[in-house]
Design a protein around this ligand. Structure first.
Ligand code: SAM
Ligand code: SF4
Ligand code: F3S
Length: 443
């Protein structure tokens, strides 16, 4: 019998990848993806625990689902993802509406759990078992046929930055076997995918050894580069300490690797980096930056910043601002420090929240200005865009440029999946607007 499932996904790209793989997996037991969340047999929340009030957001969402289904048959309510992992029993005990709590390393058990599920019997599954999860994924066809697709190559983290929950929610670092990843990339190519983004919480720490041969992320990039159908390769998120020379070299040799590095630094102060347990100095970051820029000046960098980390003084913050004078970061993220339960920094004395808010406004103004300037510099120019889809409410197409900025322009649907040249007419902070250059043929 056909059943319907809806997954609401929060958090990072790894959750998006997992949600797609859960859809692939549970289709084997008769569940079909539904876009209508108001009428399903199973409702899954794939949650994120990275910043404040994550748990509260989950209960808020469940309250919403309860309202939708009042007077109707209750769906099987599943809480998956990083909140499920970190707060397992507490989540399950707090609201009887929740039937199943399942952590990110247990998705290979999802089909059995759903098939054997009986209402009123609560299930909690939060073991760390990446090997079994990916071995299982390997046997399930990846049906993603979007123009741009994620492909998880590495999961978990051994770095234990003092502010971060990821080592606790995703477990120890695990790299998938090289061949398994290449097989999945081939599958994506067959589906019509044109851009692959390799994923991991520490994606550039990827390391796999087989038959005395060592494989790193650079080997994956170089291999995927050989697929004619693949037009662009990206990866995220990387750690400055793992930016090895073989990966840096790819920015010179590999034309499909987009010239855009998302490389979080968190702070421009060595003192704060040490307190955060980041295991590198600002100087090490700058060294990576200049090495890549020397090989390929077209490369732009983006970063994540944590503002108001416990102990951050005015001087520390001004060093972060000074770093922004040295590197013109684009497409970056900045957040006020949020204490996470169980992490080393959770019990430290917080910076006054008004001071943190002021600092956040200052850094965001600078980062947003960089973005506006970069986008303005493209006005009047012709840029290459990978066309991803048609906009739902307008007769327009959506795509991205090499720096991952959104581009909106008029054009026919048969351009979807192609690289086209778009002349940019105007822009704002988030989006470039333009039109396809005449004489361009759709592929
Ligand atoms: N592995 C990546 C790295 O080391 O740079 C980052 C992964 S983390 C999922 C994404 C971002 O969330 C981090 O770069 C950091 O800026 C932010 N973040 C993590 N924990 C945080 C916290 N407790 N408070 C505020 N931001 C946090
Ligand atoms: Fe979190 Fe990244 Fe640090 Fe790992 S390296 S603990 S994922 S911030
Ligand atoms: Fe959030 Fe877990 Fe990703 S905490 S950022 S969904 S790894």
């Amino acid at each position: 019998m056909k059943k319907k499932v809806f997954i609401k996904t929060f958090g990072c790209q790894m959750n998006e990848y997992d949600s797609n793989r859960i859809y692939d997996s549970i289709s084997k037991i008769g569940y079909h993806k539904s876009d209508d969340q108001n009428n399903v047999d199973c409702y899954i929340l794939n949650t994120c625990h990275i910043r404040d009030k994550a748990k509260e957001k989950v209960f808020h969402e469940i309250g919403r689902v309860k309202k939708i289904y009042r007077g109707k048959n209750k769906p099987i309510m599943v809480v998956a993802g990083c909140v499920a992992q970190a707060e397992n029993q507490e989540v399950l005990n707090r609201d009887p509406y929740i039937d199943i709590v399942i952590g990110p390393q247990s998705y290979h058990k999802m089909n059995d759990i759903l098939e054997n599920h009986i209402f009123k019997k609560k299930i909690e599954e939060t073991e760390f078992d990446s090997v079994s999860k990916f071995r299982y994924y390997d046997e399930i066809e990846n049906k993603n046929d979007n123009v741009s697709a994620y492909l998880t190559i590495q999961e978990g983290c051994d770095k234990f930055c003092h502010f971060c929950v990821v080592p606790y929610t995703r477990g120890p670092e695990y790299s998938r076997p090289f061949n398994q990843i290449i097989n999945e990339a081939e599958q994506l190519v067959k589906n019509g995918v044109k851009e692959i983004t390799l994923l991991g919480q520490n994606v550039n720490a990827y390391y796999f050894k087989a038959n005395n041969k060592e494989y790193r992320i650079s080997d994956l990039i170089n291999h995927i580069d050989k697929f004619n159908e693949i037009k662009r390769i990206r990866y995220t998120t990387s750690h400055p300490k793992d930016m090895t020379d073989d990966l840096i070299e790819c920015y010179k040799k590999n034309k499909k690797l987009m010239p855009f590095v998302h490389l979080p630094i968190q702070s421009g102060s060595d003192r704060i980096l040490k307190l955060m347990n980041r295991k590198h100095k600002v100087e090490d970051y700058l060294e990576v930056y200049f090495k890549i820029k020397k090989l390929n000046p077209d490369v732009e960098f983006s970063s994540d910043f944590i503002i108001g980390y416990p102990g951050e003084s005015e001087k520390d913050f001004s060093e972060t601002m000074k770093l922004l004078e040295k590197i013109r970061f684009v497409n970056s993220f900045s957040f006020i420090f949020s204490p996470r339960p169980g992490t080393t920094a959770s019990n430290l004395e917080m910076v006054d929240s008004e001071i943190s808010k002021k600092r956040l406004i200052i850094i965001q103004e600078k980062l947003f200005n960089n973005q506006i300037e970069l986008n303005k510099s493209m006005e009047g120019k012709k840029i290459e865009v990978l066309v991803e889809n048609k906009m739902s409410d307008q007769n327009k197409l959506f795509g991205r440029n090499k720096y991952l900025s959104s581009v909106i322009f008029k054009g026919s649907e048969n351009h979807i999946g192609s690289l086209v040249n778009v002349r940019i007419n105007n822009s704002n902070q988030n989006t470039l607007f333009g039109e396809i250059e005449k004489n361009m043929k759709a592929a």
